[in-house]
Design a protein around this ligand. Sequence first.
Ligand code: UDP
Length: 408
Amino acid sequence: MTGGRMDKSVMTWEAYRNIAPPGMVDLGHRISERLKGKTLLHVNSTRWGGGVAEMLHRLVPLFQDLGIDTRWDVIEGSPEFYQVTKGFHNALQGQAQTMTTQMYETYLKTSRKNGRKMDFNSDVVVIHDPQPAPLVYKKKKHSKWLWRCHIDVSRPQRNVWNFLKDYVSKYDGAIFSLPDFAKRLNIPQYLVYPSIDPLSDKNKELSEKKIFSILAKYNIPSDKPMILQVSRFDQFKDPLGVIEAYKMVKKFNDCCLVLAGGSAADDPEGMQVLNDVKNAAEKDEDIFILDLPPDANIEINALQRAATVVIQKSLREGFGLTVAEAMWKGKPVIGGFVGGITVQIVYGQTGFTVNSLEGCAYRIRHLLNNPEFARKMGQNAKEFTRRNFLITRHIIDYLSLMIANLNL
Ligand code: UDP
């Protein structure tokens, strides 16, 4: 996928003064003084789709605004390469996969090809996720390389992790989204939570008029409670489970279900999952399946704001930005008890984590039947997100790590 409307919203560090917790903006100015003029390069495997691209679009201009000369480069690969890396991704998240020698070769060949044409001349290089991990062979003595892992590697398929580990061990450090994901490695490991940008098109305030116009565009009724899950059509996001839970709820509560998704450029399995979802929805007129383009930020923003309850019933999850996005909009979120969802949802305070479809249905009904409780929970969720999961904290974590741990 090549397209994608740029989010043109304001990107200056100062703009966050009244939205981030007190002191954060001044702290960022002070810490970044030490790093002015340093060069930073981020590398990942897609410019559009999924949480990593979502964050890099916002992090890169902010680093630049703080005086750090930051670039973002994306590796290129054939459809076969992305098939292989999706297999890697699934295996690292614990699903049985058969990996052949030829698959490993495709992976390494693509890395070498990218390595030859990319410019790694930077003080700090951050490589995101497994797809570009072997690029570390290009590391020069004077530069510091970090491997930033965004996925849930708590129970990986052994052989795939052992293969990847040889490359990860060559970095100066690895960053994970959860303590649970830390591995036995001979390099330092750091914990950094991902973040959302409150000023992006995805998260900024929207007028009621705009929200209603977007509901109308998709023929979604505004006169009944809306249950929403926003996710790529991926088996680990369990969209079929969400439909099951909705069907249980629907026997007692009139409501509609919106499954808003799309596919990432580096995810070849999306189409199959989308077809399965369409079949499972059958002819229920209150289920809306939206296959959105990767730049539908305002649309997703409006759906999250219009929702009564937001679900993220993942079976595996690195972090789950969609949870923070919904919490920031004052929504109570029901999420699978997996990965990063467990640090975002404080049980009973900012939402509910669940372990089964029945549990999910039960909590949806609990929230639909107790609107005042749901409203308070949503308020807690917003403040919890402000303190922990905004981009300002994320940038400060990176800057602190560069100074304190990479000795820049
Ligand atoms: N997203 C989107 N369009 C979609 C589905 C998801 O823009 O059709 C966004 C979503 O709002 C979030 C990101 O993609 O910002 C997904 O990040 P998350 O960490 O939840 O999951 P990932 O896709 O990285 O596994």
